[in-house]
Design a protein around this ligand. Structure first.
Ligand SMILES: NC(=O)c1ccc[n+]([C@@H]2O[C@H](COP(=O)([O-])OP(=O)(O)OC[C@H]3O[C@@H](n4cnc5c(N)ncnc54)[C@H](OP(=O)(O)O)[C@@H]3O)[C@@H](O)[C@H]2O)c1
Length: 336
């Protein structure tokens, strides 16, 4: 089978397409024929050999894929040949709070091969079913961006009717966060950098869109829109503007801290913590959260926003395109 693998030197240009032996399932494992994969920022860190993401040996990158079960090992009970499945980012995080060891074992990271291959093998416990309403490309976008957004908005943020969610941007996490906020009946206020992107957010049901380039202190606008109450949850992909996020919170509100697109340095007034505000780190999510999310995706017929789909053979072009960060939603790869 064909697989893309990282080269001897780091970087997208050094990826190579290789023939690898057909995977065989050990007891408790499942082989999946990949139908579609999706890109995340972290994949560029693995391929680029950045810090702890640097693989010690040639690795198949990417964590997010959907496909069909083609072989099952002994004692597999959850899946049969022909089932439509999606990978999970942390194969060992099934339920409960995150535990030591989970982070080191992420799929397509430094320590284990990922899914940018015609077939991949995983423990049967590390897969979830594709929601019935989704095509494979759509399902492939779920393991990281969607689950991170779901965890931020619903699991940590407890969003629902009568609650206000602030989301940031029109990338993978930002759009899913907006969609889940709308799906669970919350009021969603989103920031973005352009009018053109604001139209996409409005189509998804976002109530108010704030142009963050024209209004860098968007907390004032959030307070105005919420009649001085503030937001119950802010899904923060920027990190660096934490002060603004803190000032936009309601008493007892939570910042789900997802990313650091705006830098690593942040400061805020400690008195805001005294008012019950919380900052909580988000690390994707567990398989149980994934299953709860998929139930809502199917029930409310939520469809991921896909910017572009590249063929498997053009995976390098897909990564170059993704690296330029002009996408809205997700960038996917389809398999022949
Ligand atoms: N903690 C986790 O588990 C986890 C999981 C997934 C991703 N992440 C991290 O979360 C971040 C977002 O991931 P993604 O996949 O959504 O990326 P993405 O698809 O590249 O989207 C990024 C979007 O965020 C907006 N943005 C960029 N810089 C911003 C800033 N300084 N302030 C506010 N908004 C900004 C832009 O949208 P507009 O132009 O519309 O504003 C941009 O399109 C990345 O740092 C990623 O590494 C963390």
């Amino acid at each position: 089978m064909k697989a893309w693998v990282t080269g001897a030197r780091p970087g997208i240009d050094h990826l190579r397409l290789e023939d690898r032996p057909e995977p065989r399932p050990a007891a408790g494992e499942v082989v999946v024929a990949t139908a579609a994969a999706a890109l995340n920022y972290r994949d560029l860190l693995v391929i680029g050999g950045v810090g702890a993401w640097k693989p010690a040996t040639a690795r198949v990158p990417l964590s997010d894929a959907a496909g069909v079960v083609v072989d099952v090992g002994e004692r597999v009970t959850r899946w049969s040949v022909g089932d439509r499945v999606v990978s999970t980012f942390f194969p060992h995080w099934i339920d409960g709070p995150i535990r030591p060891g989970v982070l080191r074992n992420s799929l397509g990271g430094a320590a284990r091969d990922g899914v940018l291959a015609e077939r991949f093998v995983l423990p049967e416990t590390a897969l979830v079913r594709v929601p019935d309403n989704l095509a494979f490309e759509e399902a492939a976008t779920l393991p990281v961006a969607a689950l991170t957004a779901w965890n931020s908005v619903v699991e940590q943020g407890m969003a629902g009717p009568g609650r206000t969610v602030v989301t940031q941007g029109t990338g993978g996490v930002g759009l899913f966060a907006a969609q889940f906020g709308v799906a669970v009946g919350a009021r969603v206020i989103a920031t973005t950098s352009s009018l053109h992107k604001a139209a996409v957010l409005a189509r998804l049901g976002v109530t108010h869109v704030i142009d963050r380039t024209a209004t860098p202190g968007w907390d004032t606008k959030v307070q105005e829109l919420t009649e001085g109450i503030g937001a119950d949850v802010v899904v923060d992909v920027a990190g660096g503007n934490l002060d603004c996020a803190m000032r936009s919170l309601a008493v007892g509100g939570v910042i789900s801290l997802v990313g650091n697109l705006g830098g690593f340095d942040a400061s805020f007034d400690l008195r805001q913590i005294v008012s019950g505000a919380q900052i909580r780190d988000v690390s994707v999510g567990s398989r149980e959260m994934f299953e709860r999310m998929n139930a809502v995706i199917a029930d409310r017929d939520v469809h991921p926003v896909i910017d572009r789909v590249f063929p498997f053979g053009d995976s390098v072009a897909a990564m170059e395109y993704f690296r330029c960060r002009r996408h809205i939603g997700k960038v996917c790869i389809s398999f022949p």
